[in-house]
Design a protein around this ligand. Sequence first.
Ligand code: FAD
Length: 289
Amino acid sequence: MSFYATAEHEKEKLQHFASPEGRDDLYQYNQKERRTVLEVLEDFPSVQMPFEWLVQLVPPLKKRAFSISSSPLAHPNQVHLTVNIVSWTTPFKRKRHGLCSTWLVALDPQESRGVVIPSWIHRGCLPPPPPSLPLILIGPGTGCAPFRAFIEQRAVQNTKGPTSPVLFFFGCRSQESDFLYEHFWLSHSQNHGVLSKEKGGGFFVAFSRDQPKKIYVQHKIREESARIWRLLNAGAAIYIAGSSTKMPTDVTSAVEDVIVKESGMSKESASRWLRALEKAGRFNTEAWS
Ligand SMILES: Cc1cc2nc3c(=O)[nH]c(=O)nc-3n(C[C@H](O)[C@H](O)[C@H](O)COP(=O)(O)OP(=O)(O)OC[C@H]3O[C@@H](n4cnc5c(N)ncnc54)[C@H](O)[C@@H]3O)c2cc1C
């Protein structure tokens, strides 16, 4: 870019960014602030770059991954997504928005010419469980997305034959603001639904901000230690989905505590026990940032 800058101060600034001494400043300006190509061109208006160069410099858009949150049995020929509309504030207090989620939320499903969403379907890290497999599902926030699909699928399977119990642990900030699919989970927890007590299942929700002391899914997991241990002994698989920041580590530690409490093993042995479960394909995680 500096080659095409005609204003001297812009050329100098761009050359500084490209130098080893300017590396930290470039990181602050570019990565930390998540500047777009358009914003950079607006910050350096004297840069008159030939269009062919610009096309070569701009990287192609990355694909965004979203978990399928509907069951093919319950909704044949449909794919439902559960999308968090990404937004955050940069260190210089600039409001940033996720590209794909912001685009998706602005689409109008009533659009008369129809809506086209370019999509590709890839196999994820969570193997679809057979109806006979007891399940312990842990999916706070949009981590509930794949588990909505699992529970819908099992509910349909349950109308055709016997299915194994499901425990589902969900977490969000508050019951009022972000209790995703509230009616769906609660209805499957009643009337012999797949999450109901009668079916050996359970739905446990942690509202982190609805009381002075924060409560997360890992607290609910520890509270339900006896039921979790019983289901693990019945051959259950554990599935975890959601934010990769701290959640999978905290949840794994809570499950280890459950094993320690209920079996009398040491924490190290509980950790080895879980690793063996993972090797056997019965401990699966899909986490994202
Ligand atoms: C296998 C898999 C399954 C997924 N399933 C789902 C799902 O079901 N639902 C769902 O909502 N998401 C899901 N995700 C996450 C989703 O793919 C990302 O959040 C995606 O980047 C959103 O696209 P976007 O274009 O809206 O945001 P982008 O334009 O890609 O912006 C998101 C990026 O912005 C940055 N960013 C975001 N917040 C901050 C912050 N506070 N501070 C600094 N930087 C920040 C991060 O680099 C982040 O990667 C999944 C990811 C994977 C890998």
